[in-house]
Design a protein around this ligand. Structure first.
Ligand SMILES: [Zn+2]
Length: 246
């Protein structure tokens, strides 16, 4: 009953679908968007709909993975888990029209030190994105916090030029104290986002974390934004505001 009423309310207030999905950046510039996550599935579950909306609007989307999820399949060696999870993320990126890129660290054992800051700064200088999305730093997972700090430091040392936004994952369970400033209406692309997230079969996302977290987050953020499904962000106020679809 609740599901029906939420769906009905969402349908009534959703924005025009096809038009907004293809609306280009008003400046006409082709943007480069870098979405940085600690593990395979973090960019997809946090920003998958936004990534696809940028790609459909003609922009370049890069998914950067700090690790390959080496510790993410119980009973499996790091090497084998990395192989399985890399194949899964490649499938997800194909669905989202994103280019995968890797940070070369190890899941559950990520480091934040001078050498690692340097590595990430070099990657960022090479990619030179217009817009960066990364983990909100108040998070129960150490790797998520490490990813957030490494990207933030690169953004600082590059002169705070790129637009910087923070995304949420498993809010309540992992992301904490997250008060969004910006939203992306993902109603038109939500099924494709699900397809990309569910490509991570080894993580049982479809069976476990999606119903428990992400499905609720999409609907809750949609209610806040006035559409059926949304993803939410915190904008760093010292970075330029970017065009976010819907
Ligand atoms: Zn993660």
């Amino acid at each position: 009953m609740l599901g029906l009423s939420v769906a009905a309310a969402g349908a009534a207030v959703s924005r025009p679908l096809q038009g907004s999905a293809l609306r280009p950046d008003p400046s006409g510039k082709k943007l480069k968007i870098l979405v940085a996550g600690a593990h395979p599935d973090d960019p997809e579950t946090g920003c998958g709909g936004t990534m696809l909306r940028y790609a459909l609007a003609g922009h370049e989307v890069v998914a950067w993975y700090l690790t390959r999820g080496e510790a993410g399949i119980p009973g499996t060696s790091h090497e084998e888990a990395a192989r399985i999870r890399t194949a899964e993320l490649e499938q997800a990126c194909k669905i989202l029209h994103a280019r995968p890129l890797f940070g070369g660290q190890i899941d559950g054992d990520t480091e934040v030190n001078r050498a690692r800051y340097e590595e990430v700064r070099k990657m960022m200088e090479q990619e030179n994105p217009d817009i960066i999305f990364t983990h909100w730093p108040v998070d129960t997972h150490r790797d998520h916090r490490a990813c957030s700090l490494l990207i933030y430091d690169a953004w600082l040392t590059m002169g705070r030029k790129a637009s910087l936004y923070y995304f949420e994952v498993d809010t309540g369970g992992q992301t904490q104290h997250f008060q969004p400033t910006d939203y992306c209406d993902i109603t038109t692309v939500v099924e494709k986002k699900h397809e990309a997230c569910f490509a991570h079969k080894s993580q049982k996302i479809k069976e476990e974390t999606y119903p428990e977290y992400h499905a609720k987050m999409e609907i809750f953020r949609g209610l806040q934004h006035g559409c059926k499904y949304a993803e939410a962000y915190v904008h760093h106020e010292q970075s330029p505001r970017a065009w976010i679809p819907g």
